[in-house]
Design a protein. Structure first.
Length: 573
């Protein structure tokens, strides 16, 4: 490296004549050459003397901008698609590094599932770091999943590719839950990061969460929430993905602070359509610019800021000794990526990878993670021998928030059925890990189905099975289709399968191409809307109905949970 930097030996690759976006100083430096050797940058400057030999590859960058490879500091790559398929789409658009959670795999398939997932991230043109699953499941006294014990956490957190503990819900930390305290202590001892999920935490509660060691949050929904976190030394990851888009509401924090080093952009999760159409991090840079950040500031939020936050000292900038991850693009505001270099190798040009990424083959046991074999319509009966009953109802307040309500339902034949006329549907949360049906029943308002049923194994956080339907027969039929395919989303009417998205790998991942997955999600949502569903994005809302990480009333496999009160409530009031 010293020889190349001094011009005493040739580089492996030289990028000539670009305009360097210097994220270290905020400058634009014209006419810059990059000399790359052994996968790292050896020299950045105007001189070419001694850098080029007959064996040196020369890449002309006149008229192009040069920026470090983009980093997504918070995403969930362990559901829906395989990581190689994700890389096929995002690397040509400039993303060379991702930091991903692994809790979905832990809930769905335990430590073995997480090991499979880590193997799925290897050998790709995308550098993937992982975060250890934290509280799996978050409330074991009220919900069940495969689990991720301390021994598995201890093994994973010690690995170099594991940058810290995944998002841990603040109530569990402030409760001083033993699992949280043990994991926090070990991560602090190792000097790694503690990723936060502080939705709803303010004032003393937020301060206590930070005092415990929590170092970041991606849940700020407004610039004032972001400012409160920045003032406490928390890193703020501005979320702009499929689940929530908060960049526009958070962007005014730029005018309130003088130092933007604590700000980053993240997707949290990008669905197949976003991955294909927007390209993820390059799109987030464009949106940040449109919201008032300068182009350099926007690029810093996906390069040097996340690299510095995670202690990735050899990433995030185009400077000597840094890994040679380079994005060559046109137009400083529209960010039209022309070529991508990772670890000193040209990996993508004109929107395509130069080589197809290797595909990880999950072992056969990954396709057999459901202990449950069969359900019957009788499993979904709500016994009641009166004429009508007042029941507790989970009401859909928004795409991800529910509230508690009550309703009166008529009983029939000793059972309380759904009442689509009142928009009251029966739902069940079923454990996937029990050979005999172990489930809890409830009623939900706001879905809008007039007929049919929908079953899914892609649910936050437990990744068990959730089914919502008009009749018990349709609910059973939908779950049976799901079990036949070992996971996914299935929409039925009567005995007819209307649409499906099979996810046979641990019940949450498909080996199919991104195009097919996007089409499958559209088909599922179209079928739901055809049955009367009035939720704009049923694919998202169905995942969140059992989610205990948000208020207020949620259905777990053990019953209706009042999240705020931390207590199960009776279905029949």
């Amino acid at each position: 490296m010293i020889e190349v930097a001094l011009g005493e030996g040739p580089a492996d690759l030289v990028v000539i004549g670009g305009t360097l976006v210097n994220v270290c100083t905020g400058e634009l430096q014209e006419g810059v050459n990059l000399a790359i050797a052994e996968g790292r940058i050896a020299y950045v400057g105007e001189e070419l003397r001694g850098l080029v030999s007959e064996e040196t590859r020369v890449l002309k960058a006149h008229g192009l901008f040069l920026a470090p490879g983009f980093i997504d500091p918070h995403c969930h790559l362990d559901s829906i698609y395989q990581v190689a398929e994700y890389a096929r789409w995002v690397v040509p658009r400039g993303t060379t590094t991702a930091v991903t959670e692994a809790a979905a795999m832990a809930n769905a398939a335990g430590p073995q599932g997480v090991k499979w997932f880590v193997e799925d991230t290897e050998g790709l043109p995308l550098r993937v770091f992982v975060l250890s699953p934290s509280m799996v499941p978050p409330f074991p006294e009220f919900e069940s999943s495969k689990g991720f014990p301390y021994e598995a956490f201890e093994e994973l957190i010690s690995q170099g590719r594991c940058l810290g503990l995944g998002e841990t819900y603040w109530p569990r930390v402030l409760d001083r839950d033993r699992r949280a305290m043990e994991r926090y202590a070990e991560v602090l001892r190792l000097g790694k990061r503690l990723e936060g999920h502080s939705a709803g935490a303010r004032g003393r509660r937020l301060q206590a969460y930070v005092a415990a060691g929590t170092s970041s949050c991606h849940e700020a929904t407004h610039w004032e929430e972001a400012l409160e976190r920045l003032r406490l030394g928390m890193a703020v990851m501005i979320r702009e993905g499929y689940i929530r888009r908060e960049l526009q509401a958070v962007a005014p924090v730029r005018e309130a602070v003088k130092d933007l080093r604590g700000l980053m952009l993240c997707t949290d999760f990008a669905d197949p359509e976003m991955v294909m159409e927007s390209g993820c991090m390059d799109e987030l840079v464009r949106r940040a610019i449109a919201c008032g950040f300068t182009p350099v500031e926007a690029l810093q939020m996906v390069t040097i800021n996340p690299a510095t936050y995670f202690g990735l000292r050899d990433l995030g900038a185009l400077a000597p000794n840094r890994r040679a991850d380079v994005v060559l693009f046109e137009d400083l505001e529209r960010i039209r990526v022309k070529a991508v270099i990772k670890d000193g190798e040209l990996v993508a040009e004109d929107g395509r990878l130069l080589e197809e990424p290797p595909r990880y083959n999950y072992p056969p046991q990954a396709y057999r993670t459901f202990a449950l074999k069969e359900v019957r319509p009788s499993d979904f009966l709500v016994p009641y021998h009166g004429q009508e009953a007042r029941v507790k109802v989970m009401e859909v307040a928004s795409e991800t928030i529910t509230r508690a309500a009550e309703a009166v339902l008529k009983a029939s034949g000793g059972n309380i059925p759904s009442d689509p006329g009142q928009d009251l549907l029966k739902m069940a949360h079923i454990s996937k890990h029990s050979s005999e049906p172990r489930l809890a029943l409830g009623f939900v308002k706001g879905i809008g189905l007039r007929e049919g049923a929908v079953a899914t194994s892609l649910i936050w956080d437990t990744n068990n099975i959730l089914v919502v339907g008009v009749t018990e027969e349709e609910m059973a039929f939908a779950v049976q289709r799901l079990l036949e395919h070992q996971g996914g989303l299935f929409v039925v009417r009567g005995k007819e399968l209307l649409a499906s998205l099979p996810l046979p790998i641990c019940g949450i991942i498909s080996p199919r191409p991104m195009e097919e997955l996007a089409r499958g999600i559209r088909d599922v949502e179209r079928a739901c809307h055809g049955l009367g569903c009035k939720i704009p994005r049923p694919f998202l809302t169905l995942q969140t109905l059992p989610f205990t990480g948000l208020p207020f009333l949620r259905l777990t496999d053990q019953g209706l949970l009042d999240v705020r009160q931390r207590s199960l409530v009776e279905l029949i009031a």
